[in-house]
Design a binder for this molecule. Structure first.
Ligand code: ADP
Ligand code: MG
Length: 514
């Protein structure tokens, strides 16, 4: 009956408890006393668990860990004065850990009459979980706890929504992906921010797709299991010291990580920093790339960008090197293809590398490969010839593929295709360029037709042809080509048309003591 209900009275304590319940608070830790005892009882009556502790500091530590574990703030309930002072340690710790926490302290009575709707909780909850999580303090005046108010006069502000998920800038995501791909010794550092962000599934995918060694911080442990083959926790110091690219996933470069500085790190190590807190970016070191956003969302962005992004030379050669038989011949020609390939692809035997040579001749590769195949056939059967060609270089004597097929030579041709000599254009730019004008007047001299299917030169003569755009496709086609000893193959590898080599660093020539 409405008349009856409208007269129903509730205490301030119940209002507080209900406001907490509305905010999804499940646990309260604390030590009661005047004036907060009633709040604890009211909370229990509403189904919130109250855990009485022996010291406010421990209560506060416990409540903050609830925040870390559940993503909604745990509550620490304390009395005024010493109670609040004891809880300061826990608040500081929560803030330093970036963990959400709500501390509710009772204070002496106010002189004002009423307080109205209890607005502070949603605000406190929001500031504890939004942005960088941390501690929040709500002060409850004693007289409010025991105040009787008409139930209909109370309006609870609805549950504060989970924090909005923010993503990093797309260009930074791409830059990060290419920095990671060109790294020689990449390392992922997984911090407790990653754990808090529930990023375990996506980070594990990233680790496996990029083949990234990772190091968990103490509380980052378990985001990817410690027994994962890429975990380098056992060699922590070495991993830190020799990494050339480090991705920080929710870990700060503070004392735990030796501030990111030498001698624990390479002086020129590139940091890629992922954090939800803008102020944290660039702390102690100047990062090569900063990704401001939620770790889980940013990791997914990285995973997506990896699929769509064309590979660069380093990615290609990294995957090729992984599978190269130690005794193979490496024949190579091209500009960047030959130069970068030489630094990444390893030779273990003398007279097993043939390239453009003293005269810098293009068009020698297929002839050299055929000669190597003849020698290999006669002297060490089973030996393979890997011929790494730039797309332009391949064009100089591509018809020798017919010769290779005619004699069924054990040659695997890799055409590293960037649509041009030195550099080319992607097909969109190409179309744009040809819209209004005749090709001969606008196409830059170094451009070749984009996305040419050179692998069809091989299939035309009965060999195996592959057109690959991703590291996975490259790995798979190379594995198949190496396994198939009955046919020559050609893998046409599309890379970023504008990819170049890393800038040269001649620091040893400019050292003052030389
Ligand atoms: P550790 O002690 O494991 O190295 P830190 O406490 O130093 O971890 O770093 C945690 C970092 O994670 C903080 O800088 C914090 O801002 C960040 N962080 C917390 N939650 C998220 C999130 N959801 N997305 C991105 N970064 C987050
Ligand atoms: Mg840290």
């Amino acid at each position: 009956n409405f008349a009856e209900r409208s007269e129903e009275q509730v205490s301030g304590a119940t209002v507080i408890a209900q406001a907490l319940k509305t905010q999804d608070v499940e646990y309260i830790f604390g030590i009661v006393g005047i004036p907060v005892t009633e709040i604890a009882i009211a909370a229990q009556q509403l189904g919130i668990k109250y855990i009485g502790m022996r010291n406010e500091q421990a209560a506060c530590y416990a409540a903050s860990a609830i925040g870390y574990l559940t993503g909604r703030p745990g509550v620490c309930l304390v009395v005024s004065g010493p109670g609040l002072i004891h809880s300061l340690g826990g608040m500081a710790n929560a803030n330093m850990n970036c963990w959400p926490l709500l501390v509710i302290g009772g204070s002496p009575e106010r002189n004002q009459e009423t307080m109205g709707a209890f607005q502070e909780f949603p605000q406190a909850v929001r500031s504890s979980i939004y942005g960088r999580p941390g501690a929040c303090y709500v002060d409850i005046p004693a007289d409010f706890v025991n105040l009787q108010v008409n139930v209909n006069s109370i309006k609870y502000v609805e549950r504060c929504m989970s924090p909005p998920i923010s993503m990093a800038e797309t260009s930074a995501v791409c830059t990060a992906a290419s920095v990671i791909r060109s790294a020689k010794q990449p390392l992922l550092i997984i911090g407790k921010g990653a754990a808090y962000a529930h990023a375990e599934e996506s980070i594990q995918k990233l680790v496996e797709q990029y083949k990234l060694p990772f190091l968990p911080t103490p509380m980052g442990k378990g985001v990817v299991p410690d027994n994962h083959p890429y975990c380098v926790g056992a060699a922590r110091s070495r991993a830190l010291q020799f990494a050339d690219v480090i991705v920080l996933f929710g870990a700060r470069l503070n004392w735990i990580l030796h501030f990111g500085l030498p001698p624990r790190y390479q002086p020129d190590v590139k940091f890629i920093q992922v954090d939800i807190c803008a102020e944290e970016l660039g702390n102690n070191v100047k990062p090569a790339v900063t990704l401001l956003g939620d770790i889980n969302a940013v990791t997914k962005q990285e995973l997506a960008s990896k699929k769509s992004l064309p590979m660069n030379y380093y990615t290609v050669f990294y995957h090729v090197q992984e599978q190269l038989p130690r005794d193979c011949f490496v024949v190579s020609e091209g500009a960047n293809t030959m130069d970068i390939g030489r630094t990444v692809l390893q030779n273990y035997l003398p007279r097993h590398r043939l390239d453009a040579g003293t005269f810098g001749t293009m068009g020698v590769g297929l002839g050299f490969a055929i000669a190597a195949a003849m020698v290999a056939k006669d002297r060490s059967p089973g030996q393979r010839i890997i011929c790494v060609e730039g797309d332009s270089a391949f064009g100089f004597s591509g018809m020798e593929v017919e010769t290779i097929c005619r004699y069924n030579l054990p040659i695997i041709l890799l055409v590293v295709n960037n649509n041009g000599i030195y550099q080319g254009f992607d097909s969109d730019t190409w179309k744009e360029m040809l819209k209004f004008q005749d090709a001969a007047s606008v196409v830059p001299p170094m451009c070749l037709l984009p996305n040419s299917h050179y692998e069809q030169v091989m299939t035309a003569f009965g060999g195996k042809g592959y057109f690959v755009q991703t590291p996975e496709e490259l790995q798979r086609s190379l594995r198949q080509s190496l396994a198939d000893t009955t046919k020559p193959s050609l893998i046409n590898i599309m890379i970023e048309p504008q990819a170049t080599r890393k800038t040269q660093d001649f620091h040893w020539l400019t050292r003052s003591n030389m």
